[in-house]
Design a protein around this ligand. Structure first.
Ligand code: AMP
Ligand code: MG
Length: 409
């Protein structure tokens, strides 16, 4: 390993980096999943109704089922139909059947008159308002008719979709599966979070934060634990990781230190698509594919790894999950104070954006160094500060990525 000022990797811009990531990815092959596990996943096929809903004409109100065209104001009550087993009632002119919401309309009935508009006494009901054909009747197939494409391939399964699928008896659903993501934290200085660090050691926070971010995007993390800065240990761990996951994240070891072994390892085992990006934090962000598995080499500094997760890993996981909307919304916001930033790369500063007087105002979350994870706590936006000037003034407009909002584009 050479230790020196030069990196062999050209610095590419942030958009080019995403294009190179996206070019290597496709949605995971469709699989069947239990409806219970489907929340947040993307449907891989159109769902076509094979049954009508409602399957039978039913009442939308508690009241009386009558022949719609029968104008007689008083009718003999022949029985009662609850929501449930059919009572075999048959309504003819001059008769009515008590009916409850959701009850099947008796034979012969064409309308329901709500109980509020009736008076029943001695087995005879008097109608206090007129009746229009079809009123308060939910006809067969009103919600869903046989042959309807009820849900389209590519749509995200939310609570309403879950309800519809259950209604149609689809308790096994064709989806793009939830990607599994292996996380390995590398660094000789690391100890597990439940240990007390010795001299020169720190606790591993990154694999926890990354696992949580993986869960937050609806994927399944596999925490592989800590790996020392040793070429052979790293090679073994990485090979194990790519064998069991749809994507691998490494943390640490991608800068230019003598013990930064990730980049050469990725070169040895696979193809490195980039090793430097003109952004701050996280210039040494590395992306490779190893045996067809995407591998992000994230730097060790906690903010760097989380910001790169947000900007690259998260959209990559959404793409693999079959989502069509990959990116969070952006807004134009006004700076509440002067901001100094890197002149030579796009800088993502953590900020709180609030609406005041019909304007979005951004306040950064204090010191923005990449080791200070607290700069992400409570942040709802990443200010996207352009290359060029290196400072922006209070009141100036800049772009902000709204990281507390669902993807919209
Ligand atoms: P590296 O990218 O390996 O040069 O790591 C840069 C710095 O990030 C290290 O000096 C640590 O302070 C910090 N760091 C590395 N790995 C972790 C981790 N897993 N959790 C928290 N901080 C880390
Ligand atoms: Mg390191």
């Amino acid at each position: 390993m050479v230790f020196g000022p030069d990196s062999p990797y050209p610095t590419i811009d942030i958009g080019e980096a995403w294009r190179r990531v996206a070019a290597t990815l496709v949605p995971l092959a469709p699989a069947v999943c239990a409806l219970d596990d489907a929340l947040g996943l993307v449907l891989a096929e159109d769902i076509v109704a094979t049954e009508n809903m409602p399957p039978f004409a039913s009442s939308a109100m508690d009241g009386y089922a009558v022949v719609a065209e029968d104008l007689a104001p008083e009718k003999r009550v022949i029985g009662e139909q609850d929501a449930g087993p059919l009572q075999g009632l048959r309504v003819v002119p001059g008769t009515a059947a008590r009916i409850m919401t959701g009850g099947a309309l008796p034979e012969g009935a064409g309308a329901v008159i709500p109980v509020e508009n009736t008076a029943e006494e001695g087995g005879v009901v008097r109608l206090l308002s007129s009746v229009a054909p079809g009123q308060y009747v939910r006809p067969v197939g009103q919600d869903i008719a046989v042959g309807d494409v009820v849900l389209e391939a590519g749509s995200t399964i939310g609570p309403a979709e879950i309800g519809l699928l259950a209604t149609m008896g689809r308790t096994q659903v064709p989806v793009h599966p939830r990607p599994t993501v292996a996380v390995m934290a590398t660094g000789d200085e690391l100890v597990p979070a439940d240990r007390t660090p010795g001299p020169g050691q720190i606790r591993d926070g990154n694999s926890w934060a990354l696992a949580a971010a993986i869960r937050a995007v609806g994927c399944t993390p596999i925490r592989l634990g800590l790996v020392e800065d040793d070429a052979r240990a790293l090679r073994e761990a990485l090979l194990r990781a790519v064998a069991q996951a749809d994507m691998v994240l490494t943390s640490g070891g991608v800068s230019m230190g003598a013990r930064d072994l990730i980049k050469p390892l990725l070169e040895e085992l696979g193809e490195v698509h980039f090793g430097r990006v003109a952004k701050k934090p996280d210039k040494p962000l590395t992306y490779a594919t190893v045996k067809g598995v995407p591998v992000f080499g994230l730097p060790g500094f906690p903010v760097s790894s989380m910001v790169s997760f947000e900007n690259y890993v998260r959209p990559a996981l959404r793409l693999m999950g079959g989502h069509r909307k990959l990116f969070r919304p952006q807004a134009v916001v006004r700076l509440a104070h002067d901001v100094r930033h890197a002149p030579d790369r796009t800088e993502f500063q953590r900020a709180i954006v609030e609406r005041r007087d019909g304007q979005y105002w951004a306040t950064t979350t204090g010191v923005q160094v990449s080791g200070r994870l607290r700069s992400l706590v409570g942040a709802n936006a990443l200010l996207r500060l352009p290359r060029g000037r290196g400072d922006s003034d209070q009141g100036e407009e800049v772009a902000a990525i709204l990281i507390d909002q669902p993807e919209s584009r």
